[in-house]
Design a protein around this ligand. Structure first.
Ligand code: G
Ligand code: G
Ligand code: MN
Ligand code: NA
Length: 253
């Protein structure tokens, strides 16, 4: 079976799963949310990571269907957790191809309505290239997303080629500092400098800043000392299946 056939089959037969990685407020220690990350599960129990199958879904024209499943499933799971007393904001990754649909916001709105979901509990993560390649169109779509009440984060920030003046024109809520910088905080002065600069930039634009890829106490402390409010990474938890994620939250609170 080609990977494309496996993606197609997973979409038709319920073979996709979401794992959740906690997002922690590093000033209070509280869990504020989770990032949903998709996995492909075969009947044999093998799991394939998104690094491998997302590009295949994109080139096979399946990414919008897959991305819409992710939004719907994240909304469903958030509703279940909320009933159980666990109220979290859930972030989903959106492919540039999905984001560039003209009616992206309207389709998002439809999925939220179908699932009886509170838009304020959802956050979409978009990449720099998705928004910067066609700035005027992106601003229109982002304005419509924000009008729904959905939050927007710029993912993997610092690795793309954002012009800073363009950044100021985007209606964003959050900047996510790319893991490649955060992971090298202890070992590399340049990475510390870039991380500190991104945090300061985010704050001057009145955005929340999330440090991703926290793997050590030193990295955590560096972010705290630079006023970064949110973080995620293996230091707290790897992405977990929904039931393990809920257990992790309960054990920690
Ligand atoms: O979960 P993991 O760290 O293996 O993810 C690897 C990459 O796949 C990351 O860049 C992540 O943003 C991306 N990814 C994970 N889940 C999704 C998804 O649901 N949709 C899209 N478009 N990308 C995803
Ligand atoms: O591109 P995006 O930021 O969405 O990527 C998320 C990916 O990063 C997921 O595949 C997740 O498994 C991975 N990840 C999350 N935290 C860490 C970490 O602390 N270290 C490393 N190496 N990867 C991480
Ligand atoms: Mn992400
Ligand atoms: Na990221």
């Amino acid at each position: 079976h080609s990977l494309e056939a496996r993606v197609r089959q997973a979409l038709q037969q319920g073979g996709l799963r979401l794992h959740y990685q906690p997002v922690v407020d590093i000033r209070s220690g509280r869990i504020t949310g989770a990032e949903a990350l998709v996995r492909l599960c075969d009947r044999e129990g093998d799991m394939v990571g998104p690094d491998r199958f997302i590009p295949v879904a994109e080139s096979a024209g399946l990414i919008t269907e897959l991305g819409e499943w992710v939004v719907a499933e994240a909304c469903r799971q958030r509703g279940v957790w909320r009933e159980e007393g666990l109220t979290l904001s859930i972030a989903v990754n959106v492919s540039p191809l999905q984001f560039r649909q003209r009616d992206f916001a309207e389709r998002l709105s439809g999925i939220l309505a179908d699932n009886g979901a509170d838009p304020c509990g959802l956050e979409v993560e978009v990449t720099e290239s998705a928004v910067m390649d066609n700035l005027d169109e992106a601003i229109k779509v982002l304005d419509r997303i924000k009008a729904l009440g959905v939050k927007v984060a710029l993912d993997d920030f610092g690795t793309g080629y954002s012009s800073l003046s363009r950044l100021t024109s985007l209606p964003l809520d959050k900047l996510k500092v790319d893991q490649s910088f955060v992971r090298r905080i202890e070992s590399d002065q340049a990475s510390r400098t870039v991380t500190g600069a991104i945090i300061a930039l985010g704050h001057s634009l009145k955005l929340d800043v999330i440090g991703e890829g926290i793997e050590s106490e030193d990295a955590l402390r560096y972010l705290q000392e630079h006023g970064c409010s949110l973080a995620q990474g293996f230091w707290f938890s790897r992405p977990l299946p929904a039931d393990e994620f809920a257990q992790w939250c309960r054990a920690r609170q």
